[in-house]
Design a protein around this ligand. Structure first.
Ligand code: COA
Ligand code: MG
Length: 297
C-alpha cells in the first residue's frame, strides 16, 4: 500500500479514535508517546489494543502505533500491550542510529512469535532526526538495517531541544534554520538509498490548509512521498498533493511514448526540450505511483 497520509491519533481519546475511522488517511498512527500524559499510559495501551482488535480489516486504512522511545521503560510494556492487536507497523521515535531499529526488530520477532503472527509482518517507520546523535549516524542505515524498516520521517521540535536551540526557525522568513534542512535532506537521501519511503514532517499549523498544500508540493518536488498529519482535515489535502494530477500523468505518458517510438535513442526532443534517461525514469515513477494508488482504491 502507498501511504500518502499518516494521521496521528492520541491513543487515549475515544472521540478521536472513533473519528479516525472513516477519515481518508491511508494510515492512522495511534499514539502512546507525547500526546498521552504519563498518568494515562495504561489506559491508552488498553484502548489502542482494543481498537486494533476491533479493526482487523486494514485494506482501506492501515493502523500503526507510536510507542515510547526505546531508552524509556515505557517502550516494552507499550509493545507487549499492543501486539495482540497486530498493528501494521510501529512508529519509533527518538532513534540514535539504525541499531535502535534493529533492537525493535528483535523485540518484534519475539512478540510476533508469542502472538502467532507471521514473522516480519510488523513494519517499522522511524523518526530519524530527534536526537543530536541521529544527525551523525545516518550511514548506519546503509550497512545493515532490518527489512522491517519501510519508512523514515524527520522532526524539528525534539531536535531543537536536543541541539540546545532557542528556536528552530528563521525569525524573518519562518523557514526552518540550517540544521533542520540538513536533517530533512539526510532523511530523504537515506530513505531513497535503502529503498524506504521518505515521509514529510508534520505541518503544525493545522488550520492553514493552503500552507499545508504548498509544503506537501515542496516535499514532493524534493522526493518525499506522503506526510504526517495531526488533524483530520489535513489527510485529504495530503492525499491530493501526493496523487499525480491528470496533467502530470498525461505528460509522463507522452515521455514514455516518445522513447518507445524512438527505440535505441538515449536522448529525444519533446516540446522543444531535451529528454534523456532521468526523465524517462521520472515518468515511469509517476506511472508506478498511479498504478499503485489505483490498485488500492
Ligand atoms: N485524530 C482524530 N480526530 C481528531 C484529531 C485527530 N488527530 N484531531 C482532532 N480530531 C477531532 C476532534 O475530536 C473533533 O471532533 P469532535 O467534534 O467529534 O470532538 C474534530 O476532529 C475537530 O477538531 P478541532 O476542534 O478542529 O481540533 P481540536 O482543537 O479538538 O484539536 C489538536 C486540535 C491539535 C489537539 C488535535 O488535532 C490533536 O490531538 N492532534 C493530534 C496530536 C498528536 O497526536 N500529536 C502527536 C504527534 S506530533
Ligand atoms: Mg507521555
Amino acid at each position: 500500500m502507498m501511504i500518502r497520509s499518516w494521521l496521528f491519533v492520541p491513543g487515549d481519546s475515544e472521540r478521536k479514535l472513533a473519528k479516525g475511522q472513516g477519515n481518508p488517511a491511508d494510515a492512522l498512527i495511534l499514539d502512546l508517546e507525547d500526546s498521552v500524559s504519563d498518568d494515562r499510559q495504561d489506559i491508552a495501551r488498553e484502548m489502542v489494543r482494543d481498537y486494533l482488535m476491533g479493526r482487523p480489516d486494514r485494506s482501506q486504512q492501515q493502523l500503526w502505533v507510536r510507542i515510547n522511545p526505546l531508552d524509556t521503560e515505557l517502550s516494552l510494556p507499550d509493545l507487549a500491550a499492543v501486539m495482540p492487536g497486530a498493528p501494521d507497523g510501529i512508529l519509533l521515535p527518538k532513534v540514535y542510529s539504525a541499531a535502535d531499529v534493529n533492537t525493535l526488530a528483535k523485540y518484534l520477532d519475539a512478540l510476533e512469535t508469542r502472538e502467532g503472527l507471521e514473522l516480519g509482518s510488523t513494519k517499522i517507520h522511524c523518526v530519524s532526526t530527534e536526537t543530536a546523535a541521529s544527525l551523525l549516524t545516518f550511514h548506519t542505515y546503509l550497512d545493515n538495517v532490518s527489512d522491517r524498516l519501510v519508512a523514515l520521517t524527520w522532526g524539528g521540535e525534539d531536535l531543537a531541544a536536543a541541539l540546545g536551540a532557542t528556536d528552530n526557525r528563521h525569525p524573518d522568513t519562518g523557514e526552518y534554520d540550517d540544521p533542520y534542512l540538513m536533517a530533512k535532506s539526510l532523511c530523504l537521501a537515506t530513505s531513497r538509498a535503502i529503498d524506504a519511503q521518505p515521509v514529510g514532517v508534520v505541518y503544525v499549523d493545522f488550520r492553514d490548509l493552503e500552507g499545508l498544500e504548498k509544503e506537501c508540493l515542496r516535499d514532493r518536488r524534493a522526493g518525499f512521498f506522503g506526510k504526517i498529519a495531526i488533524h483530520p482535515a489535513q489527510s485529504e489535502v495530503i492525499n491530493n498533493a501526493f496523487t499525480p494530477s491528470a496533467e502530470e500523468i498525461a505528460h509522463a505518458q507522452r515521455v514514455i511514448d516518445v522513447f518507445e517510438q524512438n527505440p535505441g535513442l538515449g536522448t529525444v526532443g519533446l516540446d522543444g526540450k531535451m529528454l534523456d534517461m532521468p526523465h524517462l525514469k521520472q515518468a515511469r515513477n509517476v506511472m508506478a505511483v498511479v498504478a499503485q494508488i489505483e490498485a488500492q482504491n
